[in-house]
Design a binder for this molecule. Structure first.
Ligand code: BDR
Ligand code: CA
Length: 318
C-alpha cells in the first residue's frame, strides 16, 4: 500500500520539484496539496501549483488555497531566489484546473481526520497553514501519522538572515506552534538540504529525454542556479523540498538524532533561528527527529531517476 501524503507548499522552484517527485514515486499516494504564501504571493503560488500538476498530467490531485500572510509578521517573499513568478525562467501555460473551494487549513483538517493515523503531512513552506489547522482543530495532532518539515538551520548558517532559514524566518510563530504541538515530527534543516546540490550536468542528463518536464526543470533551475552562484557561491542549486519529500519513502538517505528543538520568536537578531539542545541543558524531552547527516549523491541520483521515469511515462514516450 502506498504511503498516503499531503503536501503543504509555497511553489517555488524546489517546491515544484517536490510535487514532481511525489507524482513520480510509486511508494506514495499524493492525496492533496495545500498552498501557502512564501516564495511568491499566494495567488502566484496557487497558479504555479496548478500548472505543475497539469505539466505532469496530474489534474486529479486536489489543491486548496491557504494563508496569504504569516500569523503575526508582515509578508516576506523571495523573488531573488525563485524569480518574480516563483518558477525562475519557466513559463508554464495558465492552468485550466481550479483549486477546491475549501481553505487550505480546513482541507488539511478534513483529510487528516477522515483517515486517522494514516496521513503523512510534508510541509515545505512557511508553517502558517499547519499552525492554523492545529489551532482550529487540535484533534489533528493525534490523527496524523507523521509530519515531515523542511525548515530550520540547526548547526548550519541561515539562508535568509545570518542565523535563520527562510521557512522558519518567514513565520516563526507558526513554526513555534507546530514544533510544540506533539505531532511525531521529522525536521529536514539546511544542515542536510544544503549538501544536496543539483548540478548543471544533472539537468543536462535529464534533457536527453525530449519531454516538457526536463525543459521545465532546466528553465526553473537555470534561475535558481544563478541565485545560488551570485548570493552564496554555490555552483548548482540546492533542492531542499524534494529531499524532505524523499525521506517519507527513503528515510535511509539521512541520519537522525531525536532532540529538543525550538525556534526563536523573541523579535531580536536571531528571530526565526532554530536551535537544538544537544546536551539537554534544559531537561526537556525530544520533540522531533532531526536529519543531521545525508548521502547527497544517492539522493540526487534517486531524484534524477524518478524525473527520467516521469518524463517518459507522463508523455508515453517509453
Ligand atoms: C526553503 O525556502 C524556500 O526558498 C525553499 O522552497 C525551501 O522550502 C529553503 O530554505
Ligand atoms: Ca518551499
Amino acid at each position: 500500500m502506498p504511503k498516503r501524503i499531503l503536501l503543504d507548499t509555497d511553489p517555488g522552484i524546489d517546491d515544484s520539484l517536490a510535487i514532481l517527485l511525489a507524482l513520480a514515486s510509486p511508494e506514495l499516494s499524493l492525496e492533496g496539496i495545500s498552498v501557502v504564501h512564501g516564495n511568491c504571493s499566494l495567488e502566484q503560488a496557487t497558479i504555479n501549483g496548478l500548472s505543475v500538476l497539469e505539466l505532469a498530467h496530474a489534474e486529479h490531485i486536489p489543491l486548496a488555497v491557504g494563508c496569504e500572510l504569516p500569523l503575526v509578521q508582515p509578508s516576506l517573499l523571495a523573488p531573488e531566489t525563485h524569480g518574480n513568478t516563483g518558477l525562475g525562467y519557466a513559463n508554464l501555460p495558465e492552468p485550466r484546473i481550479k483549486p477546491v473551494s475549501q481553505h487550505g487549513s480546513d482541507f488539511l483538517i478534513e483529510k487528516i481526520l477522515s483517515s486517522p493515523g494514516e496521513m503523512t503531512l510534508v510541509a515545505v513552506g512557511p508553517l502558517t497553514n499547519v499552525a492554523l489547522a492545529i489551532r482550529k482543530e487540535p484533534r489533528i495532532v493525534g490523527a496524523l501519522n507523521e509530519l515531515v518539515i523542511m525548515g530550520g538551520a540547526i548547526r548550519h548558517e541561515g539562508n535568509t538572515t545570518p542565523l535563520a532559514e527562510f521557512n522558519t524566518f518567514v513565520d516563526p510563530h507558526a513554526a513555534h506552534i507546530v514544533y510544540h504541538a506533539g505531532i511525531p515530527t521529522t525536521l529536514v534543516p539546511l544542515d542536510v538540504s544544503y549538501q544536496c546540490v543539483l548540478l548543471a550536468s544533472d539537468v543536462e542528463r535529464l534533457l536527453k529525454i525530449e519531454s516538457p518536464i526536463p525543459q521545465f526543470i532546466k528553465a526553473a533551475t537555470d534561475f535558481y542556479m544563478e541565485y545560488h552562484d551570485s548570493y552564496q557561491g554555490i555552483k548548482g542549486c540546492v533542492i531542499n523540498d524534494p529531499l524532505a519529500l524523499a525521506l517519507t519513502f527513503a528515510p535511509e538517505l539521512c541520519e537522525y538524532q531525536s532532540l529538543p528543538v525550538d525556534v526563536d520568536i523573541s523579535g531580536g537578531v536571531s528571530t526565526g533561528k532554530t536551535f537544538a539542545d544537544f546536551y539537554n541543558y534544559e531537561k526537556k524531552p525530544a520533540n522531533m527527529k532531526v536529519a543531521l547527516g545525508v548521502r547527497p549523491r544517492d539522493f540526487i541520483e534517486l531524484f534524477l531517476k524518478r524525473m527520467e521515469k516521469l518524463s517518459l511515462t507522463a508523455f508515453k514516450l517509453s
